[in-house]
Ligand binder design. Structure first.
Ligand code: CP
Ligand code: NVA
Length: 313
C-alpha cells in the first residue's frame, strides 16, 4: 500500500490513521525477517534511503533511541547527524520555527527528543520536512510501535486483547492509551491517584470508542491481562520524591501481580529498567519478559517509520 507522500510527521499515535500505523508495523515485521542473517552494519538488500540525511536532536539522554535511529539510517543507506539540543543555537534562544526552516535546507527529516512537546509540534508546523517524536514530556510514539510489534510477534494480533499498565501515568502511558484506540485493544491503567494519566487523553480515547479504564488498585489492573507494561517511576525531568516513590510501591510488577494476569501474559518495559523498583528481577529476567526483543524492535519499527515519513512506503 502506498499512501500520499506529502508532509508526513510522526509526532503522536493519535494523529496517524490506524491503517497507516498498521502499514508501518507490517513493513517493520517484513524488514526484520529480511535482515535476520545479516551483520548489523550491513546495508539492507534494498536500501530505501540512499542519499537521505536525518538530523537527530537530543535534549535528553538516550541509549536505545539514539543507536537504533543511527543504525537504522545506516542500514537503509542514509546518514544521520547527532545534535545535542543544548549545543545548538536553540539553547541560546534561536526560535524553534527558525531552526526548523534552516534545518529543512540541509536534511531530509528531523528526529527530536525534546523536553517540551510543544517544540516538536512547532518544528513539524514550521519546517517543510518530516518530524519524528523520539520522546517528549507528553508521549513516546516510536516506543509503542516497537511494543505492539513485539506483542504481535510473540502472541499474534493485539486487536481484542487486554493490556495492563502499572505505575506512573507518564509519557509512555499516554502513547499506550493512544495505541489502544488505534490498534483496537482494551487497556486498564493501574496508577496511584497522584500519578494518574492525563484526563484530556483519557477523554479523547473514550470519545474515539477506546476501552480504557483507570484504577488505583494494582491487582484489579492486571487481572486477566494478556500483557503487563510498566516504566520507570522517575522519568527524565521528574523529581524523585519520597511521596512519589511511596505512592508507586504497590504498583511494582512482581511475581504475585503477574500471577493474576493470564498464564501466558507477556511483560514489556521500554527500558531503562530499575530492578526492584518498578519491576522485580524475577519478572524482567524471567520467562514472560520480552524486553530484549522489544528493544531490538525499536530499530525495525523506526526504519519503517522513517520510510513512511519520507514517502517510500
Ligand atoms: N526506551 C527508550 O527510549 O530508551 P532510551 O531512553 O535509551 O532511548
Ligand atoms: N518515561 C521515561 C521513558 C524513558 C525511555 C522517561 O521519559 O524518562
Amino acid at each position: 500500500m502506498s499512501l500520499p507522500s506529502n508532509q508526513r510527521h510522526f509526532v503522536d499515535i493519535k494523529d496517524i490513521p490506524g491503517d497507516a500505523l498498521r502499514h508501518i508495523l507490517e513493513t517493520a515485521k517484513r524488514w526484520k525477517a529480511v535482515r535476520r542473517d545479516l551483520p548489523k552494519g550491513a546495508l539492507d538488500p534494498e536500501p530505501m534511503l540512499v542519499g537521505h540525511a536525518l538530523a537527530m536532536i537530543f535534549e535528553k539522554s538516550s541509549t536505545r533511541t539514539r543507536i537504533s535511529f543511527e543504525m537504522g539510517m545506516q542500514q537503509m543507506g542514509g546518514s544521520s547527524l547527532m545534535l545535542q539540543g543544548g549545543n545548538m543555537q536553540l539553547g541560546r534562544g534561536e526560535t524553534v520555527a527558525d531552526t526548523a526552516r534552516v534545518m529543512a535546507r540541509y536534511v531530509d527529516a528531523i528526529m527530536i527528543r525534546a523536553k517540551d512537546h510543544k517544540a516538536v509540534v512547532e518544528l513539524a508546523r514550521e519546517g517543510s520536512i518530516p518530524v519524528i517524536n523520539a520522546l517528549t514530556d507528553r508521549s513516546h510514539p516510536c516506543q509503542l510501535m516497537a511494543d505492539i510489534m513485539t506483542y504481535e510477534e510473540h502472541r499474534g494480533p493485539i486487536a481484542g486483547r487486554h493490556v495492563a499498565w502499572l505505575g506512573d501515568g507518564n509519557n509512555v502511558a499516554t502513547s499506550l492509551i493512544e495505541s489502544a484506540v488505534r490498534f483496537g485493544f482494551s487497556l486498564t491503567l493501574g496508577c496511584p491517584q497522584i500519578l494518574a494519566p492525563d484526563t484530556a487523553i483519557l477523554n479523547w480515547a473514550r470519545s474515539e470508542g477506546g476501552k480504557i479504564s483507570v484504577t488505583d488498585v494494582a491487582e484489579d489492573a492486571v487481572k486477566g491481562a494478556d500483557a503487563v507494561f510498566t516504566d520507570t517511576w522517575v522519568s527524565m525531568g521528574d523529581t524523585r520524591t519520597d511521596d512519589r516513590m511511596e505512592a508507586l510501591e504497590a504498583f511494582q510488577v512482581n511475581s504475585h501481580l503477574m500471577s493474576l494476569a493470564k498464564p501466558d501474559a507477556l511483560f514489556l518495559h521500554c527500558l531503562p529498567a530499575h530492578r526492584d523498583e518498578e519491576v522485580t528481577a524475577a519478572v524482567i529476567d524471567g520467562p514472560q519478559s520480552v524486553v530484549w526483543d522489544e528493544a531490538e524492535n525499536r530499530l525495525h519499527a523506526q526504519k519503517a517509520i522513517l520510510a513512511w515519513c519520507l514517502g517510500k512506503i
